[in-house]
Design a binder for this molecule. Structure first.
Ligand code: 2AM
Ligand code: CA
Length: 268
């Protein structure tokens, strides 16, 4: 991945954030927020950001296509054949519920898939302007500083991580709750994967577990964490594939932590 493309996409995300997202932050009017489906909100800022980002990404790579969260809500077939050609996955606002609540914990994310493999990722937090980028085989960076996760495995009793319980089946919720006291802390997660994955990649926490796997929520963070030295895999140990939405994913700061957390968190 050439660094020119990394910079061009970074500029596209920063422009969209400055032009249509940040001007609405803590200033949304009631008519600018809609319920897409029960419990899932979308705002004028999500829609406009995706509209701005989509043609700009397409013009960067001839023959590429864009699969954005909001366009896919209108046209679900856009998600077919993610494993063909060059596909940009766009989450115009990740953490929309936080954005609507006036919290700065939201991000703008893009991943580039090449024949189904994530080859580059961008995660921008507009309020702080913190930008995380990764490209396959070339590392993960936050604001230009290369990330390397810890290679050792802490005691379970001193490890902490987040489990996103909203979409988790009741039986798994009970298992996690029963095993939580083995850990230093089981956190609820931030409701923004653009913040949860960097929290592991930068060592703020040791792991994060998700259930629902929409590709724009996970492809960027999964590449970021893998390139930082982390380990991301489905709960059965198989590798993460953005084209496969079967649920359940565990992301950890390295493979040993992944295996230990998988065992201690989900043991029945
Ligand atoms: P969104 O705001 O783009 O819909 C993955 O956890 C993603 O699911 C989040 O980044 C967020 O993306 C959405 N989400 C919203 N509320 C959530 C919740 N309570 N638990 C888990 N995910 C949530
Ligand atoms: Ca979103």
């Amino acid at each position: 991945m050439n660094s020119g493309l990394i910079d061009e996409v970074s500029a596209i995300l920063r422009n969209a954030a400055a032009d249509v997202v940040l001007p609405r932050f803590q200033k949304l009017q009631a008519g600018q927020i809609e319920e897409k489906s029960p419990g899932e909100v979308v705002t004028i800022a999500d829609r406009e950001a995706e509209q701005i980002i989509t043609p700009r990404l397409m013009s960067l790579l001839p023959g590429s296509r864009v699969v954005g969260e909001e366009a896919t809500a209108e046209t679900p077939a856009l998600m077919d054949e993610l494993d063909e050609g060059d596909v940009w996955l766009v989450d115009p606002i990740d953490g929309t519920a936080n954005f609507v609540a006036g919290s700065p914990v939201f991000s703008v994310m893009v991943a580039l898939l090449r024949r189904g493999e994530t080859v580059a990722a961008w995660l921008l937090e507009p309020v702080s302007d913190r930008l995380a980028v990764a490209s396959l085989g070339a590392g993960a960076f936050v604001d230009g500083i290369r990330l390397h996760t810890e290679s050792s495995c802490p005691d379970v009793a001193s490890s902490r991580g987040a489990v996103l319980t909203r979409f988790l089946p009741d039986a798994l919720k009970k298992t996690v709750a029963a095993n939580a006291s083995r850990f230093s802390a089981i956190l609820p997660g931030t409701r923004c994967s653009g913040v949860d994955y960097p929290a592991v990649a930068t060592g703020k926490q040791n792991f994060v577990m998700f259930w629902r796997l929409l590709p724009w929520d996970h492809a960027p963070g999964a590449l970021l964490l893998s390139e930082a030295g982390g380990w991301v895999a489905r709960l059965d140990g198989s590798s993460y594939d953005p084209s496969d939405q079967r649920p359940g994913l565990l992301a950890a700061q390295n493979r040993d932590v992944w295996q230990t957390v998988r065992r201690k968190l989900l043991e029945t």
